[in-house]
Design a protein around this ligand. Structure first.
Ligand SMILES: Cc1cc2nc3c(=O)[nH]c(=O)nc-3n(C[C@H](O)[C@H](O)[C@H](O)COP(=O)(O)O)c2cc1C
Length: 287
């Protein structure tokens, strides 16, 4: 399936029909997880599909706005920012594969960790977040509709608030790049647009991307939006999710590149409100 269609189709679902995954869907997702364990730093993360719901204890999520949830995608990683970035990146690839299979999902940052005591955590490991998966109920509940409204879930910030020229810090003007079809930015415009549609904790959209023309690179910065989310490491997950959207769209469009944390980037070059995270180095576009 075309990745753009999948990204556009994905929406957080908070009302599930209580059914477990069909065996064929579960198998397809497990196969995908098996083949996609490697993250940008070369490490591997094991994600698991966990079916629950028979035990007496029920887990309330999002103040009761999530209902009918029985199946979870989750894993354990080290308790550090890079591990969270990798976790977000990998998990979102699985979310998009689930979307292709017709499985609905919702990322969850706030949850009862005791509920998942069947996941054995090594010392220093954490479950940085999880994703509920399942099939959407026919009707959304009122709390779900309210939640979507409260966080403006269908809205995203415009290009000029998210994408900038690294050298001048001037916002990228979409109509200008569309008029220069040979430019790198034009070739990557779909990758940026698909990044813009990514989910983020409370729809905070902390991603700020700076295009560095001299080095043919896109530098990813984080703009922390909320002190609580920042302390929970939610924005690292958001950044990893954005990377997955950007990479999958680029590769589909034949735009190869690689991720690297560039020591030469001065974190304060663009603004002291932003934190440098990682860069996408474009392969030679003339090849
Ligand atoms: C890292 C992360 C954590 C999230 N945590 C929660 C959560 O705890 N509860 C919830 O209802 N939604 C949660 N969400 C879903 C976001 O609110 C949702 O992605 C955002 O509002 C955009 O809506 P959309 O996913 O429908 O495009 C989370 C999303 C992300 C990416």
């Amino acid at each position: 399936m075309n990745i753009n269609h999948t990204i556009i189709a994905r929406k957080s679902c908070r009302t599930y029909n209580q059914e477990y995954l069909k065996q064929s869907d579960k198998k397809a997702l497990e196969e995908f997880i098996e083949q996609n364990k490697r993250v940008v730093t070369g490490d591997k993360i094991n994600l698991t599909i966990l079916e629950k719901g028979t035990e007496e204890k029920k887990m309330k999520l999002a103040y009761g706005a999530i209902k009918g949830n029985k199946t979870y995608l989750l894993g354990a990683t080290k308790d550090d920012p890079i591990a969270r970035l990798n976790y977000g990146y990998l998990m979102e690839k699985v979310v998009l594969r689930a979307t292709e299979l017709g499985i609905s999902s919702c990322w969850v940052g706030y949850f009862d960790h005791d509920y998942f005591s069947d996941i054995v955590l090594d010392k220093g490991s954490v479950i940085p977040g999880l994703v509920i998966i399942g099939y959407a109920a026919e009707k959304k509940t009122i709390p779900e509709k309210f939640m979507r409204y409260a966080v403006g879930a269908s809205q995203r910030m415009p290009w000029e608030k998210l994408f900038f020229n690294y050298h001048t810090q001037v916002p990228v003007n979409r109509s200008q790049i569309d008029s220069n079809r040979d430019s790198t930015l034009h070739k990557y415009s779909e990758s940026l647009e698909m990044l813009r549609l990514a989910p983020s904790a409370s729809n905070t959209q902390p991603w700020r991307i700076f295009f560095d023309k001299k080095n043919d690179s896109f530098h990813f910065f984080k703009k922390p939006k909320n002190r609580i989310y920042e302390s929970m490491g939610m924005h690292e997950l958001d950044m990893g999710i954005a990377m997955a959207h950007f990479e999958l769209t680029s590769l589909q469009n034949g735009l190869k590149g690689s991720w690297a944390i560039e020591s030469a980037i001065n974190p304060n070059h663009v603004s002291d409100e932003l934190q440098y995270i990682i860069s996408w180095k474009c392969d030679n576009l003339n090849d």
